[in-house]
Write a protein that binds this ligand. Structure first.
Ligand code: ZN
Length: 153
C-alpha cells in the first residue's frame, strides 16, 4: 500500500462492516470495494485517473461510514460508484471482474454441449451435461489463473 487514502478506505470499510447488517454489507459489495482500493493504489503512481478514483472512493466511503442507517438509494448509489471504478480497471488496466471465467465457461459449455449432443451423442441432455462440466472447469481454471496473477477486480 502506497497511499494513505487506501489505509483510510480499508479502515472505514471495517467500520461500516461492524455497524450494519450482513445483508446490507453484501448489497454494498464492500469486499469488491476493498479489492478495488488495493488495485487503484497499485496503479496510482502511473495513472492519474486511478489517483482521482482513489480520492473519490475515500470520500464516498468516509461519507458512508458516518451514516447510522442505510437506505436502498444510498446502497445503490455506492454500488454504481464502485462499478464505475471497476469499469476503469477493466478497460484501462486489463483486469477482469470476479467470476468472469465461470460465466464464459458456462456460455461456451452450453454452446459446445448442445452441438456435441446433437452431432456426437444424439442426446442433447448428455451433451449439455458434458459441455457444462468441461466449460465450468475451464472457467474455474481461468478464474484461478487471474486470481494468482492479481488481476481479479
Ligand atoms: Zn487507472
Amino acid at each position: 500500500m502506497k497511499q494513505k487514502q487506501t489505509r483510510t478506505i480499508l479502515k472505514k470499510i471495517e467500520e461500516i462492516k461492524e455497524k450494519h447488517k450482513k445483508t446490507e454489507i453484501k448489497d454494498l459489495q464492500l469486499e469488491k470495494a476493498e479489492r478495488i482500493a488495493k488495485h487503484l493504489d497499485s496503479f496510482s503512481d502511473s495513472c492519474s485517473e486511478c489517483r482521482n478514483d482513489l480520492e473519490e472512493l475515500k470520500a464516498e466511503t468516509v461519507h458512508l461510514a458516518v451514516l447510522h442507517q442505510l437506505d436502498s438509494k444510498t446502497i445503490l448509489a455506492y454500488r454504481e460508484f464502485v462499478q464505475q471504478l471497476s469499469n476503469h480497471l477493466k478497460e484501462k488496466h486489463n483486469m477482469t471482474p470476479e467470476g468472469t471465467g465461470t460465466s464464459i465457461g458456462i456460455a461456451i459449455g452450453i454452446a459446445a454441449g448442445f452441438a456435441l449432443g446433437l452431432s456426437v451423442f444424439h442426446n442433447i441432455a448428455v451433451g449439455l451435461a458434458i459441455g457444462l462440466a468441461i466449460g465450468l472447469s475451464i472457467g474455474a481454471a481461468k478464474d484461478n489463473k487471474d486470481k494468482k496473477a492479481g488481476k481479479v477486480i
